[in-house]
Design a protein around this ligand. Sequence first.
Ligand SMILES: Nc1ncnc2c1ncn2[C@@H]1O[C@H](COP(=O)(O)OP(=O)(O)OP(=O)(O)O)[C@@H](O)[C@H]1O
Ligand SMILES: [Mg+2]
Length: 257
Amino acid sequence: MILDVRDLRVAYGKQVVAHVPELRLEAGQVLGIAGESGSGKSQTALALMGLTRYSGGVVSGSIVLDGRDLTVLTHRQWREVRGREIAMILQSPRAALNPTMKLGSLFERTLKLHGVARADRRQRMEQSLSEVILDSAILDRYPHEVSGGQAQRFAIALVAALRVKVLIADEPTSALDVTVQSEVIEVLRGLRERHNTSIVFISHDLAVLSELADHLMVMRNGSVVEQGATEAVIHDSQQDYTRDLIAAVPSIRGRAL
Ligand SMILES: Nc1ncnc2c1ncn2[C@@H]1O[C@H](COP(=O)(O)OP(=O)(O)OP(=O)(O)O)[C@@H](O)[C@H]1O
Ligand SMILES: [Mg+2]
């Protein structure tokens, strides 16, 4: 078990915006989280990254990553865990990249920050870029000089190079057009196959989720309404809400998974 979450709650004052009774992830597994806007998907992701405190959220419950309880970590310990053990990619990767820094310097600095020895960095960078099918010429560019799809693949290359155990991807393909979307999905699939990375993949789009996820969790109003193996949730959902979400994706109906 790489990630074992119990009774996770994120609250702002008295309002609980996300409650996840149980979330378990084995090494190399992909969990998809679906649900309408405002259902608590991103708040769950931020809690797993130890980031809700920065917006005033209070987290309770337990998050055990590879045998270590994260809920008791200090700020400093969290900073070490983020990027080294667990990382997150977002809808607009360019926004997360320092605009004044070439991608090569950014890559180098991130590896240094997370303890990759100088002698290993170049090789690690080149290997990771080839894994996401980017030419190393991209290292000489600034973030505004690459496309959205390239920026997302670059972000995934960073994650691959850091060898994190868990990647949280919050709507990583929503801002991309359909062909670029499937490239990013392919790259995530490669990440999981090569490095056995576990992935929590958040999306509105059940069709995208069902392509990649072994398990699905469906959220609504801050609660989990259904979870289980992807095939069972898609083909044999026990909840009207989930069936409505599936019905809203024409391409998924009747498709064999
Ligand atoms: N800083 C905050 N203070 C109070 N409530 C917040 C705060 N941030 C988020 N929320 C509330 O938490 C709830 C869940 O938000 P969240 O961002 O997790 O939704 P989501 O499922 O990711 O939606 P979307 O699909 O639109 O990204 C929302 O009702 C939101 O208003
Ligand atoms: Mg969100």
